[in-house]
Design a binder for this molecule. Structure first.
Ligand code: 5GP
Length: 171
């Protein structure tokens, strides 16, 4: 499939560094727990953590949605939950991309039931056009209107994840 460059390596590097600095300052002294939502988040998560200058702990969870990938997600299920205790912790949920917001709304609800001291969201990409659920993205890397993006962890049928840049697929 044809694709067009959207964000270069250096665009990504610069933005991730800014997010890391912001988070380091906002969470200083709070011993935050960063929870990555697998799988697409891995590259972003690994880079972001290395731009954070305060002590942090990390954990992962996985949410799977059933339905066609390029359209809105269907039913959502937690296929791997966090393993560290959440209660009274300052938690930052780290996502690859928020589209309709359905996945994030579901994950937030599950997470809130574990009584964290605070719960915020950091997403690499905020895709605003198809938003259905009102979710707050406290730290957004890039905001885009529409289009299906791949690379830097994001896939189309499990392809393109290893590309170091972010591209938009041309249908
Ligand atoms: P939502 O529940 O917000 O509609 O969708 C979230 C999930 O859909 C993301 O975690 C991601 O797996 C997938 N998704 C939504 N938009 C895109 C996109 O533009 N590119 C890729 N690769 N995945 C997307």
């Amino acid at each position: 499939m044809e694709k067009e460059l959207l964000f270069s390596r250096s665009d990504i590097q610069k933005r991730v560094k800014e997010l890391g600095e912001q988070l380091s300052s906002d969470y200083a002294g709070k011993d935050p727990l960063f929870v990555g939502v697998l799988n697409g988040v891995v590259f972003f998560f690994a880079d972001l953590m290395r731009e954070i200058s305060i002590p942090v702990k990390i954990d992962f969870m996985r949410a799977a949605s059933y339905g066609s990938r390029m359209t809105s997600s269907g039913e959502i299920q937690i296929t791997k939950d966090v393993e560290k205790p959440i209660r009274d912790r300052h938690v930052v949920l780290v996502e690859d991309i928020v589209d309709t917001g359905n996945t994030l709304a579901f994950v937030l609800k599950q997470m809130n039931e574990k009584d964290p001291a605070s719960l915020k969201v950091c997403a690499l990409m905020d895709k605003v056009e198809r938003r259905q659920e009102e979710v707050t993205i406290d730290y957004a890397g890039f905001t885009i209107d529409s289009g299906f993006v791949v690379g830097y962890g994001l896939d189309y049928n499990e392809e393109y994840r290893n590309l170091p840049e972010i591209y938009v697929l041309k249908p």
